[in-house]
Design a protein around this ligand. Structure first.
Ligand SMILES: Nc1ncnc2c1ncn2[C@@H]1O[C@H](COP(=O)(O)OP(=O)(O)OP(=O)(O)O)[C@@H](O)[C@H]1O
Length: 331
């Protein structure tokens, strides 16, 4: 995982709200993080914590149906305020996204070859012959055997894991610098899941491509990510190297997530058994959103939202498992 000093992407105070039945639902609340070139960042948290909407906000998709504020700094420009026509050029070219269910993004009526080549037409200068060769190369790159023949197959002729590989090949057609992966392996069984995670990791290393991986599965995050950001109630509550966050969790929520991972995880086993329920994003408490579920809450937790504090390993908690390393700065 090659990393340079200046971040490839800098997300600053990103917030996204929806208006639902006359009320405001704050799905993403003042989220900030940096991403280095070649880095794999995991965003983890329970269902509904705002992980997917964070990715969609970065990609400029959430603003179609929500209100997005803050900054997504990409090559010196704020994508949040970038006109849609310009965003369209960045989306799918420099920044590509893959989803949990490839069938929802693949066109069932077109062969995978046509779909890869469409992306090559849109984002490269290659001529017809070169596009054909590149399409074969891309299928080979993602580990699809007999690639030149399989270019002529339709999505339904591939298995779930192979379809996810096809999705990745399409995403890679434009040689993106950043891949946003939203639960890309959740629908797959555990063996195939591991193969796809390895593929994403290998591609990141080979191509120097940065990845943001959204997952509710700490095992997936542990295998794949350099750093982790833990989300709760639309906020980042802990952020640090994967080792620090998983081996030395500072937030009680992260600790709860870890404690609820069974020793021998069966595929598709529900991982979380924290007491209580996640907060309603329409009616968030005044203080820390986790306080109602936290056995270690102190007085301030009910009235004040804890800021993210620390340097390399950060936590937003008034009573963490231990004091974070320093105070204040964003990594
Ligand atoms: N278009 C929308 N309109 C209103 N609310 C939305 C919309 N899209 C998402 N939400 C809400 O925003 C919150 C965050 O959703 P998000 O999909 O980011 O959660 P998540 O952490 O990715 O969980 P999951 O893994 O279940 O997708 C949820 O409460 C969801 O219901």
């Amino acid at each position: 995982m090659t990393q340079s000093n200046s971040p490839l992407l800098s997300v600053k105070n990103l917030s996204t709200s929806f208006h639902v039945g006359g009320q405001k639902l704050r799905a993403v609340d003042e989220v900030s993080f940096d991403l280095a070139t070649g880095e794999v960042l995991g965003i983890v948290g329970e269902s509904g914590s705002g992980k997917s909407i964070t990715l969609r906000s970065i990609m400029g998709l959430a603003r179609r149906y929500g209100e997005v504020t803050g900054e997504v700094v990409w090559q010196g420009e704020n994508l949040v305020t970038k006109p849609e026509a310009q965003m369209r050029k960045i989306r799918g070219k420099d920044i590509a996204m893959i989803f949990q269910e490839p069938m929802s993004s693949l066109n069932p009526l077109l062969t995978v070859g046509v779909q890869i080549k469409e992306n090559l037409v849109a984002h490269t200068e290659l001529d017809k012959k070169a596009r054909h060769h590149r399409a074969i190369e891309l299928l080979e790159l993602v580990g699809i055997p007999d690639a030149s023949r399989r270019l002529n197959d339709y999505p339904h002729q591939f298995s779930g894991g192979m379809r996810q590989r096809v999705m990745i090949a399409i995403a890679l057609a434009s040689s993106p610098k950043l891949l946003l992966a939203d639960e890309p392996t959740t629908a797959l069984d555990v063996t195939i899941q591991n193969q796809i995670l390895k593929l994403i990791l290998d591609l990141s290393q080979e191509l120097g491509m940065s990845v943001i991986l959204v997952t509710h599965d700490l095992g997936v995050a542990a295998q794949t990510c350099d750093r982790l950001a833990v989300m709760y109630g639309g906020k980042l509550v802990e952020k640090g190297s994967t080792r620090d966050v998983l081996c030395n969790p500072l937030h009680r929520y992260t600790m709860g997530l870890l404690q609820s991972v069974p020793e021998n995880v069966e595929p598709r086993t529900p991982l979380f058994s924290l007491p209580g329920t996640p907060p309603s994003l329409m009616n968030l408490p005044k203080g820390c959103a986790f306080a109602p579920r936290c056995a270690h809450a102190v007085e301030a937790c009910a009235t004040t939202k804890p800021p993210l504090e620390g340097t390399e390993h950060q936590v937003a908690c008034f009573n963490p498992t231990q004091a974070p390393d320093g105070a204040g700065g964003q990594s």
